[in-house]
Write a protein that binds this ligand. Structure first.
Ligand SMILES: Cc1cc2nc3c(=O)[nH]c(=O)nc-3n(C[C@H](O)[C@H](O)[C@H](O)COP(=O)(O)O)c2cc1C
Length: 489
């Protein structure tokens, strides 16, 4: 599988094409030091053989902002060194921190914007990026990633909402790119060219009058020209459309662009794959083969493999899926894809982050701070002697499914599979914790076939339940026939 092939990134040999993009854990204290829980979180990804582990956004400056890691002083280096050691001891996974600068923000709703920065402020930010990157190298990281996405400082310079009218003017693409260029130059000056420097930026801002692919493919080209060693993409996550909550600092993932950044269960799979594909095609055509990371609701190994094979991405980024099950790459490599605990995109992790609470996964056993261990080879859940007893009722335009609880230790939920109107393939449409599910996305006149599978905390599933087929009655109206259909008397 291409997914399992190694990739060389400026001397950093990734053992496979799977990357966990940065995800704030809220496991650090307000002091910003690496602690045991943080180390356990990242070592767990290494145990699962994630090719590249990107450590959560790590501040380069001293402003307070709740629990967030820091690399703003030398005193933080030993903790990071310990983290890197634990990751490297666990497997051949590679690990880089994502370094971030963000501006001030107040509970009153006030927030600092890039238009308020004078040249001395800008110079200080550039210098801070350089020294933080140098500290990352000193700590033994395999490289560093510059956070140039979402609502933060570098991204705000790249934005179409950049209202500066000096050398960093938002009126031209070159003006918008100037700050990133200066940061990249300073980072290279401090860490050299023989060490990977990746970047994360927005393929689409997903706000009114924000930029989209026509800008982002050119931004990516310049990043490649400036020597970025990989380009990781994201979407949205902006202040411009954030929903204010009185008495709280505004959180940039509460509006539509926040939905696009962490698309929930109601989005289709792979909503952003076309953006990575467009950017990769553009920069490749200009002669740059800088690896491009695709992200956004990717969790099926077959879909991930297809993206790589069709040349739509070089690396597969999975944030919430790898949080749910860090053993995903190992299970794929060992031919156990059926044992993957699938993310249900419920966004409980996102809500925990928003409320500065320790980020865990809803699917883990209650009170677990880390993903449960992979217990390969132990018994899978089974159905009771009476069978699964899957049944269905049509009530008020919805199909209500109920079934018997499965047998086995540590059962934490049930995957619901559905095929519409005789489709040969079933899709897993939902994962639920109790033995019932109501399907509200059904259309009168169509036929639905269902089965369910129980799963435990290790992602091991029971055999499929009995199948059940439900015909949804057409509501009371005169349907017009599809084009070409002949009405028989
Ligand atoms: C709890 C949480 C924290 C996140 N923190 C960061 C972060 O520190 N830096 C970043 O660039 N993206 C962050 N993201 C965005 C993810 O890296 C990723 O782009 C997003 O979840 C979409 O990918 P997915 O569909 O695979 O989850 C975070 C997402 C979540 C759910």
């Amino acid at each position: 599988m291409k997914l399992l092939e190694p990739l060389d990134v400026n001397g950093m040999r990734l053992p496979n094409r799977v990357i966990v993009p940065a995800m704030v854990t809220r496991l650090s204290g307000e002091d910003g030091y690496v602690n045991g829980d943080i180390i356990d979180r990242y070592a767990r990804y290494a145990e699962g053989h994630v090719g590249l582990i990107v450590v959560e956004a790590t501040a380069i400056h001293r402003s307070k902002s709740g629990p967030l890691l820091r690399l703003s002083e030398d005193a933080f280096v030993p903790g990071h060194r310990e983290l890197v050691k634990r990751v490297h001891d666990a497997s051949d996974s590679k690990v880089v921190p994502q370094i971030i600068h963000f501006m001030k923000i107040a509970r009153s709703g006030w927030r600092q914007t890039i238009e308020m920065l004078d040249q001395a402020d800008i110079d200080a930010i550039i210098a801070d990026f350089g020294t933080a990157a140098a500290r990352a190298r000193e700590a033994g990281y395999d490289g560093v990633e510059l956070h140039s996405a979402h609502a933060y400082t570098l991204s705000s310079f790249l934005s179409r909402h950049n209202k500066r009218r000096d050398a960093y003017t938002g009126k031209t693409l070159e003006g918008r790119l100037k700050m990133f260029g200066q940061v990249m130059t300073e980072v290279r000056r401090q860490v050299g060219h023989d060490w990977p420097v990746g970047v994360r930026f927005l393929a689409e801002e997903a706000i009114k009058d924000g930029y989209a692919l026509p800008d982002s493919k050119r931004i990516a080209l310049r990043m490649a020209q400036m020597g970025a060693d990989y380009i990781s993409l994201s979407v949205g996550g902006k202040f411009e459309d954030a929903v204010p909550k009185p008495g709280h600092p505004v959180y940039p993932y509460t509006g539509y662009s926040g939905d696009r950044c962490m698309p929930g269960a109601w989005y289709p799979d792979l909503p952003h794959a076309h953006l990575a594909a467009g950017i990769k095609q553009y920069i490749n055509a200009k002669g740059y083969d800088v690896p491009v990371v695709s992200i956004g609701k990717i969790n099926d190994p077959r879909e991930a493999e297809t993206l790589l094979r069709e040349g739509k991405a070089d690396l597969i980024g999975m944030a919430r899926q790898l949080l749910a099950d860090p053993d995903w790459p190992r299970k794929v490599a060992e031919g156990r894809p059926d044992e993957i605990l699938h993310c249900i995109y419920c966004n409980v992790c996102k809500q925990l982050d928003e409320n500065f609470k320790k980020v865990t996964c809803f699917l883990w056993p209650k009170n677990n701070l880390q993903a449960p261990a992979d217990l390969a080879g132990t018994a899978h859940p089974t159905w009771p002697a009476a069978g699964a007893g899957l049944g269905a009722d049509i009530i008020d335009g919805q199909i209500k499914l109920t079934w018997n609880r499965a047998d086995g230790d540590g059962i934490i939920g049930y995957d619901v599979y559905r095929a519409e109107d005789g489709e040969p393939e079933t899709d897993c449409i939902e994962a639920v914790k109790s033995a019932k599910y109501t399907d509200r996305l059904v259309l009168g006149g169509l036929t639905y076939r269902y089965y369910v599978r129980a799963f435990d905390a290790q992602g091991r599933a029971s055999p499929p339940s009995n199948g059940i087929t439900v015909e949804m009655p057409m509501p009371d109206f005169e349907p017009s026939l599809p084009d070409g259909a002949i009405e028989h008397a």
